[in-house]
Design a protein around this ligand. Structure first.
Ligand SMILES: C[S@@+](CC[C@H](N)C(=O)[O-])C[C@H]1O[C@@H](n2cnc3c(N)ncnc32)[C@H](O)[C@@H]1O
Length: 267
């Protein structure tokens, strides 16, 4: 086992992104749901809790009319994003993409068509009043035709400690549920990696100290923040007991061991 300090920033965020991010699919979903609702494509995207800003950089590549902001408190993922994603933009695209090292609760001074908060990042707000403050600020920062996109997870497996391993070509990714407290829904997750080439395991590379919110709770808080409608989605099945990656709008679903889905709040 090696200490996380020995893991390079480059390798750390490359393994993270390869394991948990798919900006192409997320952008397709954002555009298609916005278009269904407002009959036009969205042009501006604010990526909250953006980390490396991978999605925001892909957003500006999609269209000359697109503009994006990536907001994160931490300079480390932002510097990775600048070196690995921002550099892939041409000079014109760079003028439409901005990283902001800032708190998502700050008054950022601009409005957008869409705000995304993905990979469950808003679970850091453990108190209802904190989450209401965040959603209210997002509501105020959206254009009149505006949408907030959230992802969320649940299922019976989210309630008891366990580690899920996913093998990639050169490394393994471990999603470790260390603790779930049923009395207050607080949970503690870690991401570990094992580098196959070096034969080294890096423990607790990322730590998430969260509250697991349910869809019903989120809908109620979003409505209280002013959103006029909250759409719920569920993933189609692949016939082998897994998800097929296609999310459809619905208000009913059957529970299962593990699920990940989206909520979309319409201003
Ligand atoms: C789970 S990562 C998400 C990264 C990326 N959005 C993704 O989908 O994988 C959470 C990120 O949120 C950032 N963060 C936590 N609290 C924040 C806040 N109040 N304002 C801005 N960023 C915050 C952390 O620095 C971290 O980079």
């Amino acid at each position: 086992m090696a200490s996380v300090a020995e893991l390079s920033i480059e390798r750390k965020y490359k393994m993270y992104e390869d394991s948990v991010q798919n900006p192409e699919c997320d952008i397709d979903f954002v555009i298609s749901e916005y278009q269904k609702c407002f009959g036009r494509k969205p042009h501006t995207l604010r990526e909250d809790f953006a980390g490396t800003g991978y999605m925001a950089c892909e957003w500006v590549k999609r269209s000359k009319d697109n503009q994006a902001w990536a907001i994160d408190l931490d300079s480390e993922p932002i510097s990775y994003g600048l070196k690995n994603h921002y550099v892939t933009l041409n000079d014109e695209e760079k003028t439409r993409m901005k990283y902001l090292e800032s708190n998502v609760l700050s008054d950022l001074g601009f409005k957008t068509d869409t705000v995304v908060a993905f990979n469950f990042s808003y679970y850091i707000f453990k108190q209802r009043k904190e989450l209401l403050e965040y959603f209210s600020k997002v509501y105020a920062s959206l254009n009149e035709q505006g949408m907030l996109y959230l992802d969320l997870f649940g299922g019976t497996e989210a309630y008891a400690p366990q580690i899920e391993e996913t093998e990639h070509e050169s490394f393994s990714y471990f999603w470790d549920l260390e603790m779930f407290n049923p009395l207050n829904s607080e949970c503690l997750y870690y991401i570990h990696f094992e580098d196959h080439k070096e034969g080294i395991r890096y423990n607790q590379v990322f730590t998430y100290d969260w509250r697991m919110w349910t869809p019903r709770e989120l809908i109620e808080i979003l409505e209280e923040a002013g959103f006029k409608e909250v759409k719920t989605y569920w993933e189609g099945e692949d016939g082998l007991g897994g998800g097929d990656g296609n999310f459809y709008e619905t208000q009913t679903a059957s529970g299962c061991n593990s699920w990940v889905t989206y909520l979309v709040a319409v201003k």
